[in-house]
Design a protein around this ligand. Structure first.
Ligand SMILES: Cc1cc2nc3c(=O)[nH]c(=O)nc-3n(C[C@H](O)[C@H](O)[C@H](O)COP(=O)(O)OP(=O)(O)OC[C@H]3O[C@@H](n4cnc5c(N)ncnc54)[C@H](O)[C@@H]3O)c2cc1C
Length: 357
């Protein structure tokens, strides 16, 4: 028997676990991976993610994150380069998820490694290690993976996410956006010298990822000319429902990608996951039910989801125009980047406000 069980120890589940433990109600956190590992992710962290992590006592520089100052774009022969309108970092997910889980345990949450097979209303959870757990409250933070009995409404058309770490990439402290035929990619430095993370959202995962991205732009071809894959093949995840927002209602409290999935080129998914975990813990402490929490999150995430949808659609439909617009109107491009943040969109601000209650 446990009062609160959180299923999934990614950014959302771990954030909720830390916030609940700190509020004096330590939950049971169930995560299937015994060791943190890489997840399909561009590894971009913006000001809202940094502010949430600071609140947990986690410093991105101390974790080894690379500080990013510029945004570069390339499509065909066109290129654009602008200063980022806010602070941003790149950090491998293996490092971030590990630090968050350690912090949850240090705050008093119990961490159990097992896969939850199903959660029957009430709540009774069955785990793959044979355990049965009864819980008064359930928080669902399984990311892109649906738990049996709790499907996520599909969004069409779904994308495939691919991620590959690279060596020998001449990349600076920048995030590079590279649209190409059938998708778009983000290229960011990793903490190792010459290392980079190539992450793409595509409609069809077939073909050589490096060649496809390099073939989309002169900038991509230049940056990837000497690149060598650090892994045998890319990590992949299918059926990514960009634009999905949970319709609301009762059931378990949903967090992170179980609640909303912002198009990945914004690099704000982890911020949304962290802040949804904190917001759920605060809602529970205030006696709010799941339906109230889901409705409140829909309102809070409406603006960034809308702007991210417009941006993703434009970049896919008219990549050259997207890059051209960033060259001609850098101020407008920076403002759109701000508008896709979950919290920090104030014109002229470079840092996020403290995460709100
Ligand atoms: C191509 C792509 C690029 C992206 N790039 C970025 C980016 O650059 N920056 C950014 O901020 N966001 C990015 N995102 C989004 C970001 O990765 C997600 O929004 C974020 O990871 C969601 O966090 P989460 O905690 O909800 O899910 P996850 O991080 O996926 O965590 C879910 C956890 O639940 C566990 N789990 C699942 N099922 C079970 C089960 N049955 N039992 C026990 N444990 C379970 C998993 O092992 C996992 O640890 C990107 C996404 C994609 C697809």
């Amino acid at each position: 028997m446990s009062d609160t069980v959180i299923v999934g120890g990614g950014s959302a589940g771990a954030a909720a676990a830390i916030a609940m433990a700190r509020a004096g109600t330590p939950p049971l956190l169930i995560e299937r991976d015994a060791v943190p590992r890489e997840a399909v992710c561009g590894e971009f962290l913006g000001p809202d993610a940094a502010a949430a992590l600071r609140r947990f006592g986690l410093d991105l520089a101390a974790l080894g994150a690379v500080s990013l100052t510029r945004l570069r774009l390339g499509a065909g022969a066109r290129e654009a380069s602008l200063d980022l309108p806010f602070s941003a970092w790149a950090l491998p997910r293996r490092v971030l998820d590990g630090a968050l889980r350690d912090r949850a345990v240090a705050a008093g949450a119990r961490l159990h490694h097992a896969t939850v097979r199903e959660a029957a209303p009430g709540w009774t959870l069955r785990l793959d290690d044979g355990a049965r757990i009864d819980a008064a409250r359930l928080l669902l933070a399984t990311g892109k993976h649906a738990l049996r009995g709790h499907p996520r409404l599909p969004a069409r058309p779904a994308s495939v996410g691919l991620k590959l770490h690279l060596r020998d990439v001449a990349i600076g402290p920048e995030v590079v956006l590279l649209p190409f035929a059938g998708g778009y990619a983000g290229l960011l430095p990793t903490p190792e010298a010459g290392g980079a993370n190539l992450c793409a959202a595509v409609t069809d995962a077939r073909g050589d990822l490096l060649a496809r991205v390099a073939g989309g732009s002169a900038l991509g071809a230049r940056l990837l000319r000497d690149a060598r894959p650090a892994w045998e093949r890319p990590l992949a995840i299918g059926g990514v429902p960009y634009g999905f927002r949970h319709a609301g209602g009762d059931g378990p409290y949903r967090l992170g990608d179980q609640l909303s999935v912002i198009p990945s080129f914004t690099g704000d998914g982890v911020a949304m996951a962290l802040l949804s975990g904190i917001a759920a813990a605060e809602a529970i402490a205030a006696g709010r039910d799941a339906a109230w929490f889901h409705a409140a999150w829909r309102r809070r995430s409406a603006r960034p989801m809308r702007w991210a949808g417009i941006g993703a659609w434009t970049m896919r439909a008219w990549p050259a125009a997207f890059v051209g617009a960033a060259t001609l109107l850098p101020g407008a491009a920076r403002q759109v980047a701000r508008l896709t943040r979950i919290d920090s969109c104030r014109v002229g601000s470079s840092e996020a406000p403290a995460p709100r209650a």
